[in-house]
Structures are given as C-alpha cells and as structure tokens.
Design a protein around this ligand. Structure first.
Ligand code: MN
Length: 160
C-alpha cells in the first residue's frame, strides 16, 4: 500500500493542490499529515476522499482535540506520527526514535523543521519537509512510501 506523507502547509492549499496533481500522488491510498495546520489536513481529506491521519503542530493550538502523536498500523508496520516540536527535532531526532521504539513503532514521521529527512534504521525516520515553506530547497516537498509486510518501506521524496 502506498501512503502519502505531507507536513507544514501552513494554510497554503494551492501547494496541496499542486501536490495532488503530481503523478506520484495518484496512487496514494491514505495520507499522513504531520501538523501545521490542521485545517489543511481537513482540506486534504475533503478533496481526496481518502483517510488522513493528522496530529497537532505547534501552530495548531486552537485545535485542542487533536492528538500530539498517533500510532497507526499498516501492512504490519507501526507508524508513529507527530509534529516533532515536543521531541526537540530542531536539534536531533534521538528523542523521536526513542518514543517510536517505546511504542514498538518501526516508522516515525515528523515535520516542523521544514527540512526533508530520510533515516533508515531500526526505526525509519521520515520528514517530508514542508509542502509550502521549504527551508532546504526552492520547491516544497512531500513523500510517497510503499509499505509491504516484512519489507523496509520504499520512500520517495518528491518536489512540487
Ligand atoms: Mn511547526
């Protein structure tokens, strides 16, 4: 199953539209939205009619009902989704990896830094970068990950 991973759109639904128009986005069966801002995750769910897992970012404080972290199981993988600001990801992903391991998750998805990151390992750490306000390139980015049981995820970073 292919999942889409996106973060930090910060209200720029045009960037989400550009992402959805990308051929790589066509095969996605569900989206993971790593926060900032929650309304954009709702927009994504509305226009795609697909399930969208979402968590609160540091700019999502009005959405008090949103979780800071979520664990989802897909194809034998356990995925921890969190924005990352509560795990010090500006400095290191060590705390995030520890949190994922504590939840028996083998994949950790975060955002917040607006810098794409792929770290293979016992816990595969993924940050799709920001779709709207990238700090690592001129163009925004998202990810598509193919998940199969008993296989490492196959991850593509895509710029819009
Ligand atoms: Mn943030």
């Amino acid at each position: 199953m292919k999942i889409g991973i996106v973060s930090d759109s910060h209200g720029d639904t045009q960037a989400l539209d550009l992402m959805l128009a990308h051929p790589e986005a066509q095969e996605v069966e569900g989206w993971f939205f790593a926060g900032d801002i929650a309304m954009d995750a709702e927009y994504l769910a509305m226009v795609t009619q697909l399930p969208v897992a979402k968590v609160a970012g540091n700019n999502d404080w009005p959405y008090t009902s949103l979780e800071d972290a979520l664990v989802t199981e897909i194809e034998g993988h356990r995925i921890l989704l969190t924005h990352g600001h509560l795990y010090g990801v500006q400095f290191s992903t060590d705390m995030l990896v520890q949190a994922a391991a504590a939840q028996q998750a083998d994949i950790a998805i975060y955002g917040h830094t607006h810098v794409a990151d792929i770290q293979p390992g016992e816990v595969t750490v993924l940050n799709p970068g920001s779709i709207a306000r990238p700090r690592d390139a001129a163009k925004g980015s998202f990810m598509v990950a193919e998940l199969q049981a008993d296989c490492e995820p196959v991850v593509k970073l895509i710029r819009i």
